[in-house]
Write a protein that binds this ligand. Structure first.
Ligand code: GTP
Ligand code: MG
Length: 319
């Protein structure tokens, strides 16, 4: 007799091998939802980088096309939605741009609106999940990735950045990046990266990716490579420049042209590959399984506690 673990070859074709296509078909029809938030000091190029990543002008940046245009600055948390289609795959992308923080005299609590925004998305999802007649598919507005912009000073992180990074990493997958890295030489960049990694570790900031118990050899290795590259040193640009007769996204400076997509110039391509090719699914999954799950159990425990009579108060039966 065949035991439960033994593999049986059906004598004629059953057809369940098409399950992968069935799943794919369903997923393709529904499309994928990916929500990113950008956070960091003002003027570090947050809005610009988002536009560079998705190669279209999605949100206002300070960049001016004409000298008499007013300077634009992000003043509130704004979510922009776009659907990008590539080879039949629909990616519904939600980008949440936040105003730069930390330039007030008193920066106490300046991160609150951002943290609140992230938690509000968890809360909205939980409410929908707890509805008796819940939808089979809940629209996901939970933030899957937070790109945290670091000022390319070459020195250490500001104390406020460390506070904000810590707060963020408790609720969302945080990916630190060095902004405007065209201002650093390759050597400065490498030293700065090492310094930041050491500072993050010293201050107990756990940035994405995490190795889970289920991670296999291959995943652990990929994560190791990503960790050795973080923080990605990037350059953003919405303009195109001509290099060797080819139009590329780039910036012109006194020394020449920086091609944003050239790996010898910056790590923009690594960041984009990481976000869209290698870790898209894992970022989504980690959000659901780690960050949302932690939020959900805290909320449900709090509800349970609230519905229980407070300890120490006498129950009516005793009297
Ligand atoms: N040198 C250099 N300049 C950049 C880079 N990215 C953006 N800039 C410029 O920096 C300025 C500010 O860019 P934004 O994208 O508006 O910055 P932001 O972080 O969104 O600013 P806030 O909305 O105020 O928080 C613009 O003039 C950009 O052209 C970069 O990688 N290198
Ligand atoms: Mg902005």
């Amino acid at each position: 007799m065949a035991t439960a673990t033994e593999e049986i070859q059906p004598s004629s074709y059953v057809g369940f091998d098409s399950i992968t296509q069935q799943i794919e078909h369903k997923l393709l029809k529904r499309g994928f939802q990916f929500n990113v938030i950008v956070v960091g000091q003002t003027g570090l190029g947050k809005s610009t980088l988002i536009n560079t990543i998705f190669a279209s002008h999605l949100i206002d940046t300070k960049g001016r096309l004409a000298a008499d245009e007013p300077v634009r600055q992000t003043t509130d948390i704004q979510a922009v939605s776009h659907t990008i289609v590539e080879n039949g795959v629909r990616l519904k992308l939600n980008i949440v741009d936040t105003p730069g923080y930390g330039d007030q005299i008193n920066n106490e609590g300046c991160w609150d609106p951002i943290i609140r925004y992230i938690k509000d998305q968890h809360s909205a999802y939980l409410r929908k999940e707890l509805t008796a007649m819940r939808d089979r598919y809940i629209q996901d507005s939970r933030i899957h990735c937070c790109l945290f912009f670091i000022n390319p000073t070459g020195h250490s992180l500001r104390p406020i950045d460390i506070i904000v990074l810590k707060k963020l990493s408790e609720v969302v997958n945080v990916v630190p990046i060095i902004a405007k890295s065209d201002s650093l030489t390759l050597e400065e960049r490498e030293n700065f990266k090492q310094k930041i990694r050491a500072e993050l570790a010293y201050n107990g900031v756990i940035s994405y990716p995490f190795d889970t118990d289920e991670a296999d050899e291959e995943e652990i290795q990929v994560n190791e490579i990503v960790r050795s590259m973080i923080p990605f040193a990037v350059v953003g640009s919405e303009r195109t420049v001509i290099v060797n007769g080819k139009t590329v996204r780039g910036r012109k400076n006194r020394w020449g042209v920086i091609n944003v997509e050239d790996e010898a110039h910056c790590e923009f391509v690594h960041l984009r590959n990481f976000l869209t090719r290698t870790h898209l699914q894992d970022l989504i999954e980690t959000t659901a399984q780690i960050h949302y799950e932690a939020f959900r159990s805290r909320q449900l425990l709090a509800l349970k506690d609230a519905s229980r009579p407070a300890q120490g108060t006498a129950s009516p039966e005793k009297h």
